[in-house]
Design a protein around this ligand. Sequence first.
Ligand code: ZN
Length: 281
Amino acid sequence: MSRPAIIAVAITGSQPTKADNPAVPISPAEQISSTHEAFEAGASLVHIHVRDRDGRVSSDPALFAEVQDGVRRHCPGMIIQFSTGARGRSHAERGSALSLGPDMASLATGSVNFATHIYENEPALIDELARQMLAHQVKPEIEVFDLAMLYNAEALVRRGLLTRPLHVQFVLGIPGALPARRRVLEFCVAELADLMPDATWTAAGIGRAQVTVSQWALELGGHLRTGLEDNVRIDRDRLAASNAELVERTAALCAAHDAHPATPEVARRILSLPAPPDFGG
Ligand code: ZN
């Protein structure tokens, strides 16, 4: 039987601009409509960064709230995940929207060099974000950009700052971090299964690696992520027309690997998230 695979769509991110691809949604209205199209195409989870009027990364809880409300209204049951990522944000700002109670939030469990800067996540900050997520009942998605982050996550479980079952995302293909090599993903997946057999995982391939990494994830039993945050192109010669086009391509990959896009209801069950009230329990 075909297995359900969760397709996460990272609609905006902190880096791409309209100059990179005019389809990158910036305003809350654009983000809501882009998410809705992606939802219709098979995405059951949306990963959200917000931007101010000038397109700069913002931590304004009002913007997060506006996007969250719109997605809840237009995409019934879709899993809402806020980024707590760093670019352009102070440490205090990174958890500023967790009190809004999104279903999930990203949590990087270590620091890593990217191409031109340090993605800095010092131990005290990781602890603090994990505590806030516990307090607001927000399920973290553990972002593994480098191998040690996997073991750091397990240490946080032992210290009571994270609750099993974990959901882990392996991010492959960022220059300076884990490369998009199949053996790297296989090793990460095997280590996760050894440390925490109840965990679920996604693999995200950045840029050109997006399709290849999705294929590996399908072959190895994981879940999927796409979207303009990670990759603005369909191929070398053409920009993606929308987040939905990237989701459609990912859904087609599922069909080729005896899988199908998970509905929001099934995705919530897979991730041990509560059903939202409108599912009727
Ligand atoms: Zn992100």
